[in-house]
Design a protein around this ligand. Structure first.
Ligand SMILES: CC(C)(COP(=O)(O)OP(=O)(O)OC[C@H]1O[C@@H](n2cnc3c(N)ncnc32)[C@H](O)[C@@H]1OP(=O)(O)O)[C@@H](O)C(=O)NCCC(=O)NCCS
Length: 285
């Protein structure tokens, strides 16, 4: 059998990494080379490139790639993207890359309790692949698209641009998805990037929500909205977020445990266009 080496990418391998990354279906939307390069550069600066990014190499050729991330606040190590070039599948390379990724994640944070991986529901092949490797499906994250019109007649929330000194309060809000869990560093990065808002109840000034708006790279006229909220204020927060959107359409990713918010979106005519299963595996101590 041909020898496969798994190692961190070198700085010269950005383009070949991107090429292999593009042969899979890692994202719903394809990531442009510019956006990928920003991710690569940020990971380089933060030290993630050598510690958490991996390439599988056969005879000096990159045939598989993995991008991993530590979700410290949850104690989870995420295999964020995993792709093996089509011509090289079913030879054990994906298994090796995944196992090496788990090792890299544990090395980065030895206190992790779980490994996680998100798999699109239409990707039956990958579902059996992760289940064979000890992962169990635990929940669903839904992508909902709809018109960006708020139905709230009168807003009970005041909306302000997020500031860095809001961060300690924002850490206590419930995020839309597991990947929406934010630590101090991630919140700081988001807020510095702009288009982030904090929602407060008008009467008490209590912080009840945080949203981030990003223009969708692929779908013109759409804004991707990520949010977190205080229990009991979810629907108001997403509606207040829609008020800030300047595009025609809005895109949300919502985990299935937010039933009241999902119910609200469906009632407002939002439609599911994608769904991802969260598969999780406990770290053996
Ligand atoms: C999912 C993916 C990463 C798997 O990579 P891979 O290199 O084909 O994975 P492996 O070869 O280790 O395992 C694939 C199958 O080949 C079999 N296999 C492993 N080694 C083998 C070998 N030496 N000879 C023959 N078959 C082998 C395994 O039993 C496995 O079967 P299973 O999927 O039913 O469990 C790859 O298909 C891919 O890149 N898909 C597109 C991107 C994607 O879906 N990513 C999401 C990942 S969750």
């Amino acid at each position: 059998m041909t020898e496969t080496i798994v190692r961190p990418p070198t700085l010269e391998e950005r383009s070949s990494f991107y090429e292999v990354y593009g042969t899979g279906i890692p994202n719903v939307d394809t990531l442009t080379f510019d956006a990928f390069s920003r991710w690569w550069n940020r990971s380089k600066v933060q030290g993630d490139l050598p510690s958490l990014w991996r390439v599988a190499v056969v005879k000096d050729k990159i045939v598989g790639v993995a991008i991993n991330a530590v979700l410290d606040s949850l104690g989870w190590g995420a295999i964020w993207e995993l792709v093996v070039d089509k011509d090289w599948r079913n030879k054990g390379i994906g298994t090796t890359l995944l196992q090496e990724s788990e090792q890299a994640l544990l090395k980065r944070n030895p206190n992790l309790t779980h490994f996680v991986i998100g798999v699109k529901i239409r990707n039956a092949r990958a579902i059996s692949f992760v289940e064979r490797l000890g992962y169990g499906i635990q929940s669903l994250v839904l992508r909902l698209d709809g018109e960006a019109t708020s139905t709230l007649k009168e807003l009970d929330l005041e909306v302000n641009i997020a500031r860095l000194d809001d961060i300690p309060t924002l850490l206590h809000l419930n995020p839309d998805t597991y990947w929406g869990h934010r630590d101090h560093k991630m919140l700081e990065y988001s807020i510095r990037g702009g288009n982030c808002y904090v929602m407060r109840e008008k009467s008490s000034h209590m912080v009840v929500g945080f949203v981030r708006l990003e223009y969708d790279q692929e779908q013109q006229d759409s804004t991707v909205i990520s949010f977190s909220y205080r229990d009991g204020y979810g629907v108001e927060v997403v509606d207040a977020a829609l008020n800030e959107v300047t595009t025609k359409n809005a895109i949300f990713w919502v985990q299935d445990r937010h039933e009241d918010i999902l119910d609200h979106f469906y009632a407002e005519g939002f439609q599911r266009v994608e769904a991802e299963l969260l598969a999780r595996k406990r770290v053996r101590s």
